[in-house]
Write a protein that binds this ligand. Structure first.
Ligand code: TYD
Length: 142
């Protein structure tokens, strides 16, 4: 298993089809726009002010996180470094590699966090305990 750091994660600028005075449209296509094929889409919304989401890592899942509406901050943590990404554009996607802890914080009112994922929901893929996450990271070295 490859051990990714927060510096392996980046913002991907998605294309934007602009129609004058009629709004914009963004497309995501498997294998073309993003580095993985999408098997699952889910979205978080109605997050009350001051509440955080996330607080877990995925062992294998790859994700693209998009602020489909409003804004929020994603804090990624690889056990050594943390990186903060402010998402506030529906045409920006944060590519999150496997094996990283994430916290989603500072949701604006009306924020919608849309997540594209390369696999189906599997609760065995989650690490929800931070100490367990650090042990998981150390085990990748071995
Ligand atoms: P969870 O991943 O804990 O949300 P967050 O990390 O953003 O706080 O998911 C919340 C609940 O939704 C949990 O009971 C599991 C369920 N869930 C699914 O059933 N399928 C899914 O694809 C996801 C992402 C969550």
């Amino acid at each position: 298993m490859k051990k990714y750091s927060v510096f392996d994660c980046s913002m991907i600028e998605l294309d934007r089809h602009h129609s004058d005075r009629k709004g914009n449209l963004t497309v995501v296509e498997n294998g073309m726009t993003i580095p993985f094929d999408v098997k699952r889409v889910y979205y978080l919304y109605d997050v009350p002010g001051g509440e955080d989401r996330g607080s877990h890592a995925h062992k294998e899942l790859e994700q693209l996180i998009i602020a489909a509406s409003g804004s929020f901050t994603v804090i990624l943590d690889d056990g050594n470094c943390k990186r903060s990404f402010f998402l506030n554009r529906p045409y920006h996607g944060l590519y999150v590699r496997p094996g990283l802890w994430r916290d989603l914080v500072d949701f604006s009112s009306g924020a919608v966090a849309m997540v594209l994922a390369n696999d189906y929901y599997n609760k065995e893929d989650y690490i929800r305990n931070y100490d367990g996450f650090i042990e998981f990271r150390q085990a990748i070295d071995k």
